[in-house]
Write a protein of this length. Structure first.
Length: 288
């Protein structure tokens, strides 16, 4: 049965089909044909007769007709059986679309990425080599503007780099992804925020807890926004923002929490915001 981490990766590609092409072209430096639309289509890659082959996902790039196909496989561990199945996936999809096709393997482990990237000998002069994206190859999306342009890539970046050796960098990437996720539709926002927070390593969590609220970038930006809008309007804006963030992280807020936020001062809201990304429960985030 697919794991939650496996399905989390596919969730990003399902919500943004062009992400597969963006990663092949941007992170791996491969030239792809121009296209107008990216579509998630049937992942059934079965021949007329058994055996059955089913990939994790298939993305088609369209320019009136299919111009390129991408088989997306999320691989969390080494499995040598895939060396026999993967070439069949590509061959069957190529026959179906009648255009170039590639395989993109996405993994959360660089050791698995090295395994997956090995060239496979088919027969004679024929070899098969997939495109592979391990966590170290995922772009580091650390700026809010870039994260808002592509929230799915920002979340994938946070998932890939949340446990990096530089906790400050991991926090910056997580915050950029978090900001881009807050304004999305309810279900997507909640899931993305949870993925971001759960991806932070212990070093990043500890650094986040130790931050001085006066110099914490996320809260400083919140304060600057509030000052620019005027005290009364700014306080209302801050309360609404904290409410959205808490809802994104923990689900619908009860009446007691809503009342607490409506009574909160700027200092109270800053304190809640400081605790938000490391709190495990709603009570942890709202209790001083």
């Amino acid at each position: 049965m697919p794991s939650q981490l496996h399905e989390s990766h596919l969730f990003l590609f399902r919500n943004q089909p062009a992400l597969a092409a963006d990663l092949i072209r941007g992170a791996l430096g491969v030239t792809l044909p121009s296209y107008a639309e990216a579509r998630v289509t049937s992942a059934e890659l079965t021949e007329v007769q058994p055996p059955e082959y089913r990939a994790d996902m298939v993305v088609e790039l369209w320019q009136g007709v299919p111009v390129y196909g991408i088989v997306v496989e999320v691989q969390l561990g080494a499995d040598d059986r895939k060396h026999f199945a993967w070439p069949a996936y590509v061959a069957n999809l190529r026959a179906r679309l009648k255009c170039p096709v590639s395989l993109l393997v996405v993994t959360a482990d660089d050791a698995v990425a090295r395994w997956a990237a090995r060239s496979m000998h088919i027969d004679g002069l024929n070899r098969f080599t997939p495109y592979v994206l391990g966590p170290s190859a995922v772009p580091q999306v650390a700026e809010e503007a870039d994260a808002r342009e592509n929230p799915e890539l920002a979340v994938l970046s946070a998932m890939a780099h949340g446990r990096d050796s530089d906790p400050q960098r991991a926090i910056k990437i997580a915050l950029a992804a978090h900001k881009a996720s807050v304004g999305l539709d309810g279900d997507r926002s909640k899931i993305y925020c949870d993925l971001i927070i759960s991806s932070l390593g212990e070093a990043a969590r500890h650094a986040l807890k130790s931050m001085d609220a006066r110099t914490y970038v996320y809260q400083s930006e919140l304060a600057r926004d509030c000052i620019a809008q005027g005290l009364a309007e700014g306080l209302a804006h801050a309360r609404a923002l904290i409410s959205r963030q808490l809802t994104c992280r923990f689900g619908s807020l009860d009446a007691q929490t809503q009342a607490l936020i409506q009574r909160a001062s700027f200092a109270d809201l800053d304190a809640i915001g400081e605790r938000l990304l490391t709190a495990q429960t709603l009570q942890d985030a709202t209790s001083s």
